[in-house]
Design a protein around this ligand. Structure first.
Ligand code: DAH
Length: 348
């Protein structure tokens, strides 16, 4: 019994010296480890004379339980202290102004393309997309431009090397007309716009070897030139402003008959004449016309039953006018200073 009291006293003294988890665990090993002082007392129980054994045993157990509850309590206390110390060190000064997050902005071409799409979708059109690598048939032949036709001259392009030079980079989004009509198996009414990249053998301040067009096609019974005029007038006014004047001139495209070109009054000189409009007061923005019966037939439509109108325009051209961009090549130059001018905060 004396031995127990001795150990208990020693333990009480040592308890007060514990200041970290390491020391606490060492204490546990010293008293409750395999050869720990309390463990040893435990193994001595059987050697104690029978009369004292019960008391001895319960006293050892008491010391053991005391130690264990001390251990648990101390461990929690030390762990909490450690955590608090850590939290204190890691406190964030919320009064500090936050670092500015750099936000990207939409490229002007994306922005204007979306504007076009929204407008046409609001008029019941579907946005259609086709591949940039096309066949000669879709890009020319089915648009009434057979091999050797002079209209090909103004649309020289990049041909992909294959046995028949059958594949090329499309020169116009008009290819979408062919695809949309062919894919529409019931050969009924259609109303689509197709924005996308096109390619030509061009390169100067107003012509890039790669640029963006948007094509529109409406097919139904009884579609007339009046529908075409109304639609395109509305389109020009919505994109360039309600005050825009629109002029239709007769023109020629192999895939439309009759064909027109659409001009808007020059917004730089208000029609007085300047370098932008080459002193005419007008700027050409669209090509359009009534879909040629040959094209309808080649794409599987009954040209006696259905009529249609189509139009095509350069999205870059509209962006140049709308945002006052003098050189088309800056649109594709990837110069961050150019794109930054269209930062969201300007318009939103
Ligand atoms: N594809 C023509 C071009 O690139 C533009 C065009 C003209 C499209 C008349 C049309 C159209 O749909 O009817 O010059």
């Amino acid at each position: 019994m004396e031995k127990i009291e001795e150990i208990k006293k020693l333990l009480e003294e040592e308890k007060d010296t514990i200041c970290d988890l390491k020391q606490l665990n060492e204490l546990k090993v010293k008293y409750l480890g395999k050869k720990g002082l309390i463990t040893e007392l435990n193994s001595q129980i059987k050697e104690v004379p029978k009369e004292e054994r019960k008391e001895f045993g319960s006293r050892v157990n008491e010391v053991r339980c005391d130690f264990l509850s001390f251990y648990e309590e101390k461990r929690k206390e030390l762990e909490d202290a450690l955590l608090n110390e850590k939290l204190e060190k890691e406190t964030i000064d919320i009064s500090l102004p936050a670092k500015k997050v750099k936000r990207g902005s939409l490229h002007p071409m994306t922005r204007i393309t979306e504007e076009f799409e929204d407008l046409f979708v609001s008029m019941g059109y579907t946005v259609f997309s086709g591949p940039e690598i096309e066949t000669d048939e879709n890009c020319f032949q089915k648009l009434n431009i057979p091999l050797g036709h002079p209209a090909r001259d103004s649309q020289d392009t990049f041909y992909l090397k294959d046995e028949f030079e059958r594949f090329l980079l499309r020169t116009q989004t008009s290819t979408a007309q062919v695809r949309a009509m062919e894919e529409n198996l019931d050969k009924g009414p259609l109303r689509i716009v197709c924005p996308g990249k096109v390619y030509r053998r061009d390169d100067d301040a107003t012509h890039s070897h790669q640029f963006m067009q948007i094509e529109g096609l409406v097919i139904d019974e009884g579609v007339s030139m009046a529908d075409l005029k109304g639609t395109l007038e509305l389109f020009c006014k919505k994109i360039l402003g309600e005050k825009t004047s629109v002029r239709f001139r007769p023109s020629f495209f192999p895939f439309t008959e009759p064909s027109v070109e659409v001009d808007v009054n020059c917004f730089k000189c208000q029609g007085k004449g300047c370098s932008l409009c080459k002193d005419t007061g007008w700027i050409e923005v669209l090509g359009a016309g009534m879909v040629h019966p040959n094209v309808l037939e080649m794409c599987g439509y009954d040209s006696k039953k259905y009529q249609g109108f189509a139009f095509g325009t350069g999205i870059d051209r509209f962006a140049m006018f709308k945002y006052n961009i003098p050189d088309i090549r800056t649109i594709y130059g990837n110069d961050i200073r150019f794109i930054k001018q269209f930062d969201r905060k300007d318009s939103e």
